[in-house]
Design a protein around this ligand. Structure first.
Ligand code: GRF
Length: 193
C-alpha cells in the first residue's frame, strides 16, 4: 500500500474526489492532507473524512522558499509519504524539492497541456478563440506545468462562455480524471532509484 499526501491551498474539491476514490480496492492510502493556507476549506473536508491534516503556512518563511520546502519535505517524510498529489496547491515548488520527489509527484492543471501553462488558463483559452478546453494530469518536473502528461479530458467551449462557465465545466472533468489517473499511476508505480 502506497502512502499518498495531497497538497492543497483552497476548497479541495479535487482532493475530496481523490479521497472518496481511495477505498479498499485502491493501491494507495490517504496518509495526509497538507495546506499552505490555514484557512483552506479542504482541511475541514479532509478531517471529516478521517484523514490527517497539517498546515505549513508559507507566509512566515517570506522569500525563503528553500526553508519552506525543507520543512515541507520533513513533514512528508515524517508521514512516510510515497507519492504526492498536488490538488490546487498554489505554490511553485523549487528544483531541489521537485528533484527529490521526481517520479513521485502528480499535479492537475486546468488546461490541455502544453497549452496554457501557469495561471488564468480559461481566460486565455477564451481569448485565443479556442473551441476546446480541458484538464491534464501530469508528473511534476522543475519546469512549471511541463512534466509528462499522464491523462487529459476535453470539454467544448460554447458560444457566450465566461471564464467561470468554462472553469466549472472543466472542474467536473478534473474530478473524474484525477482519481482515474492516480489509480493507474499507483498500480504501475515503481519507486524511482
Ligand atoms: C482546480 O481547477 C485545479 O486544476 C487548479 O486549481 C483548482 C483547484 O480546485 N490547479 P479545488 O481546490 O480542487 O476545488
Amino acid at each position: 500500500m502506497l502512502n499518498v499526501a495531497i497538497l492543497i491551498s483552497g476548497g479541495g474539491s479535487n482532493m475530496q474526489r481523490l479521497l472518496e476514490d481511495m477505498d479498499e480496492t485502491h493501491p494507495g492510502c490517504a496518509r495526509l492532507v497538507l495546506s499552505n493556507r490555514p484557512e483552506a476549506g479542504g482541511l475541514a473536508k479532509a478531517q471529516a473524512m478521517g484523514v490527517a491534516t497539517e498546515v505549513l503556512d508559507h507566509r512566515p518563511f517570506g522569500e525563503d522558499r528553500a526553508r519552506f520546502e525543507t520543512e515541507l519535505h520533513k513533514i512528508l517524510k515524517a508521514y512516510q509519504v510515497d507519492v504526492i498529489c498536488l490538488a490546487g496547491f498554489m505554490r511553485i515548488l523549487g528544483t531541489d524539492f521537485v528533484s527529490a520527489w521526481r517520479g513521485r509527484m502528480l499535479n492537475i492543471h486546468p488546461s490541455l497541456l502544453p497549452k496554457y501553462q501557469g495561471l488564468h488558463t480559461h481566460h486565455r483559452a477564451l481569448e485565443a478563440g479556442d473551441k476546446r478546453a480541458g484538464c491534464s494530469v501530469h508528473e511534476v518536473v522543475p519546469q512549471l506545468d511541463a512534466g509528462p502528461v499522464l491523462g487529459q479530458s476535453e470539454v467544448p467551449i460554447l458560444p457566450g462562455d465566461t471564464a467561470q462557465d468554462l472553469a466549472n465545466r472543466v472542474l467536473e472533468q478534473e474530478h473524474l480524471l484525477y482519481p482515474k489517473i492516480l489509480r493507474t499511476f499507483l498500480t504501475r508505480f515503481e519507486p524511482p532509484s
